[in-house]
Design a protein around this ligand. Structure first.
Ligand SMILES: Nc1ncnc2c1ncn2[C@@H]1O[C@H](COP(=O)(O)OP(=O)(O)OP(=O)(O)O)[C@@H](O)[C@H]1O
Ligand SMILES: [Mg+2]
Length: 214
């Protein structure tokens, strides 16, 4: 029988996936979690927007096409949802020395709400006033049209309007301008496998510095 050696971290470790729609965040976050659990790490998967009350409002808003709300009000919903997520999910897991893998965080808010016209630096400051900084961010970089193509293929639906591609290119510009030292830019237009290997390697290198076998 193959026994997994459990690994214990000296502290919690917070990993975030960011990138445009269809860049592969959900796919890679899931794969990384599976990989780490197999290696014996205590890893959990989180996502924003959450399943909580604010997250529900956000999802409804986005599916209704943002008609009745200003960018500033939209931003406030994301902030409330994030506060909730940090208090209920992120901080408790950090205290338990887990590896947290989260699908989207405040860099998405900077980029997406920034592209709607709110000043990106203002969004960053509002977030960094309460949101802990991640240890590692994988920014899956792709061109907007590739993400839209992947989503279209997955859903077998019609492609979103040209308008969406235009909006996403503004979002990408803001993502590209984020240059915090913990952000690793990953070429997201490669094969699933090579992206996964790249991500696994970087993660293990960081975690091994904090790890003891038990
Ligand atoms: N490297 C890749 N090569 C080809 N297809 C991919 C790759 N990564 C993901 N996909 C496919 O593209 C689609 C979108 O991937 P995924 O849902 O992981 O993206 P996402 O970044 O989570 O998107 P969203 O922001 O819309 O949630 C899925 O059908 C997925 O199987
Ligand atoms: Mg996703």
């Amino acid at each position: 029988m193959h026994l997994i050696k459990l690994k214990r971290l000296q502290r919690g470790f917070f990993i975030v996936f960011e990138g445009l729609d269809g860049s592969g965040k959900t796919t890679q976050a899931f794969l990384l979690k599976e990989f780490l659990v197999k290696k014996g790490y205590d890893a959990i998967l989180l996502r924003e927007p959450t399943e909580g009350p604010w997250g529900g409002e956000i999802k409804e808003l986005l599916s209704n096409g943002r008609k009745e709300i200003s960018p500033q009000e939209e931003l406030n919903l994301f902030i409330e949802d994030r506060k909730d997520n940090i208090n209920k999910n992120v901080l408790p897991a950090m205290r338990d020395n887990k590896v947290i893998i989260q699908d989207r965080y405040y860099f998405s808010t900077i980029a997406y709400q920034g592209a709607l016209g709110v000043e990106p630096q203002q969004i960053r400051a509002m977030n960094e006033a309460f949101a802990l900084k991640p240890d590692l961010v994988f920014y899956l970089e792709i061109r907007p049209e590739l993400g839209l193509k992947r989503i279209e293929a997955g859903r077998k639906g019609k492609r979103d309007a040209f308008e969406k591609e235009h909006y996403l290119s503004k979002v990408k510009e803001i993502f590209d301008s984020c240059n915090d030292p913990f952000i690793k830019k990953i070429n997201g237009s490669r094969s699933l496998d090579s992206i996964q290997k790249n991500i696994n390697e970087i993660t293990i290198e960081k975690l091994s510095l904090l790890t003891a076998n038990i």
